[in-house]
Design a protein around this ligand. Structure first.
Ligand code: FMN
Length: 187
């Protein structure tokens, strides 16, 4: 699919079929969002000072991804690997934490992009906060367009309680949730 086509069909999807993603689809989505693209370990998204303040967490529903148990996973760009953070299907907890937007829990997976601000503010001081917010938009749009180019759909959620989402994910306290993108086959 051309970039023009992906841009013209993208829309916020809020209804998903109960069809699992393959591990290959998940792998491609992770790489496109924030994967490593060259020998200097630069990523698919630009980053001020190449400091890469973002982390990706994946909330996988029961039977959400073929070959993966339900749980919360953390993406490790070096090695293009996943580590498990918590087991069990946490989608409903995340939807409750997002002002009860229950449509989110239909999606087989949700990608949660978090930021560790000090990686960027250590160099750029208060202006670094602005840079981090720009960067989450870059990574989020990478994910959005890759979803549609693979024939998948994605929603986007900014309305949530930061603390409740962090609790549901069991992320380290310095990783602050900024954006949630439910992904799946559009219904
Ligand atoms: C930063 C941001 C936060 C958003 N938060 C939500 C949200 O919490 N719930 C929701 O249903 N849609 C949310 N949206 C989606 C917008 O409602 C949607 O992008 C807009 O209506 C335009 O529709 P389109 O994306 O289909 O073109 C958000 C979009 C952005 C960019």
């Amino acid at each position: 699919m051309s970039l023009e086509e992906a841009l013209s069909i993208r829309e916020t999807v809020r209804s998903f079929a109960p069809t699992a993603l393959t591990l290959g689809q998940l792998s491609q989505l992770l790489w496109a969002t924030y994967g490593i693209r060259d020998a200097q370990q630069r990523r698919t998204a630009p980053s001020a000072g190449a400091l890469y303040p973002l982390d990706l967490y994946i909330v996988v529903g029961e039977k959400g991804v073929e070959g993966l148990e339900g749980g919360v996973y953390h993406y490790l760009p070096m090695g293009h690997a996943l580590e498990i953070i918590a087991s069990g299907d946490r989608r409903k907890e995340v939807a409750h934490a997002s002002l009860w937007q229950m449509w989110m829990a239909e999606a087989p997976i949700m990608m949660v992009i978090t930021a560790e601000y000090r990686r960027t503010t250590g160099k750029y001081r208060e202006r670094g906060v602005r840079y981090v917010h720009m960067e989450v938009g870059h990574a989020g749009e990478n994910l959005f367009l890759q979803c549609f180019a693979l024939g998948l759909g994605a929603g986007i959620v900014g309305a949530f309680s930061d603390d409740k989402v962090a609790d549901a994910l069991e992320v380290p306290p310095q990783h602050e949730p900024l954006l949630i993108i439910p992904v799946g086959h559009p219904r």
